[in-house]
Design a binder for this molecule. Structure first.
Ligand code: HMG
Ligand code: MG
Length: 311
């Protein structure tokens, strides 16, 4: 029995564009977010408040948020790895402030060091005041658990290692736990084992999957989650994405591909596929390459559109 409704959190503007070698103008990021919300996406990870020396692509965080018109019912999230990041997000005028912040830890020590320059325990200690201050400011806090299915430096990651950090997230009071397959090596049974550990500590409405599609396993992994009742997923328009600290990891599962499979299964997610394909074609045109989404390319081909042309 599958859930009747699935919530998609669109991470393309953040996870997707953080990884681009070429600069993407803030105006294009704003236009992308506006197309995504017009297509029906209600949760959008817009940008990151991280060190611009570490991730220069997200240095325009304030400009992007200031340029957006947020319709009623749309929630914006931003990454904040420390208090400095949260302060940056809270410095915005109320109408442009995000609704949610994301702290991001890892199941492997090696990835924690490479991505946020500290150990797992140090990261939890650093996140704790971010969680408290975000709650004080009325923001929801999501936590992302990178390398939950495998690590580019350590290799295999066990469910026990996942649960250790899930428990740490719970202890510092985050509201939501996302299980992330940073390098896309997870397969359905392993994903279910990791999800079970998250579900021991968080209710199903506050657990989500974030699957990079490097090895083509993401849709199978989402189906495995649906079988368990997990019904929230991060997805990325046009299959954009990757992590600058996980070389070779490609994009997140494409939002278009997930919307297509959900539609085929009569599971509602509130997204208009045609408008979403337009958003994917738009950003792919800005980046000068075809969308990675198979569904996006198929829909464009059916419309007779050359797939590497912006609409
Ligand atoms: P650090 O160097 O240890 O930090 O970096 P620090 O506190 O020593 O500060 C060093 C400098 O950075 C200082 O500036 C700070 O002011 C500045 P300086 O004095 O040298 O001029 N700084 C900041 N500037 C702006 N905003 C901030 C901030 N913090 C410090 N928030 C830090 C630690 C966490 C900051 C750094 O490692 C960092 O920014 N890492 C971000 C890495 C990142 O964004 N990775 C990609 C996102 S995670 C991801 O993609 C995974 C996910 O998708 C799930 C999955 O797929 O696995 C979520
Ligand atoms: Mg990611």
């Amino acid at each position: 029995m599958h859930p009747a409704h699935v919530t998609l959190c669109e991470v393309g503007p953040r996870d997707g564009l953080q990884n681009e070698a070429q600069p993407v103008p803030a105006a294009a990021k704003i236009a992308l977010v506006q197309r995504l919300q017009a297509a029906g996406l209600r949760e959008i990870e817009v940008t990151s408040f991280v060190s611009p020396k570490w991730v220069p692509q997200m240095a325009d965080n304030t400009e992007v948020l200031m340029g957006l018109q947020r319709p009623a019912g749309v929630r914006y999230a931003v990454l904040t790895p420390n208090l400095k990041g949260l302060e940056g997000a809270l410095a915005l005028p109320a109408a442009h402030r995000p609704d949610e912040v994301v702290v991001f830890g890892a199941a492997s020590e090696a990835f924690s060091q490479r991505n946020i320059n500290c150990s797992i325990d140090e990261s939890l200690a650093r996140f704790a005041p971010v969680v408290a201050a975000a709650h004080e400011a009325g923001l929801k806090v999501r936590a992302a658990l990178s390398c939950a299915l495998g690590c580019p430096y350590q290799g295999e990651v066990s469910a026990d290692e996942v649960e250790r950090v899930v428990r740490g997230f719970k202890a510092i009071g985050v509201d939501h736990c996302g299980i992330a397959d940073t390098i896309g090596v997870g397969t359905p049974r392993k994903v279910q084992a990791a999800m079970e550990r998250a579900l021991k500590h968080f209710p199903v409405v506050e657990v989500s999957g974030h699957f990079h599609d490097t090895y083509g396993q993401a849709l199978a992994n989402i189906l495995a989650c649906l079988e368990m009742g997990v019904h929230s997923f991060d997805t990325s328009v046009a299959g954009l994405g990757g992590c600058p600290y996980a070389k070779g990891a490609t994009g997140n599962v494409a939002t278009e591909d997930v919307v297509f499979i959900l539609r085929g299964m009569d599971i509602d997610c509130g997204v208009d596929l045609d408008a979403l394909v337009d958003a994917g074609a738009y950003i792919s045109g800005v980046l000068g390459r075809p969308p990675a989404s198979r569904v996006g390319r198929a829909v464009l081909a059916k419309r007779g559109v050359a797939v590497n042309v912006a609409s």
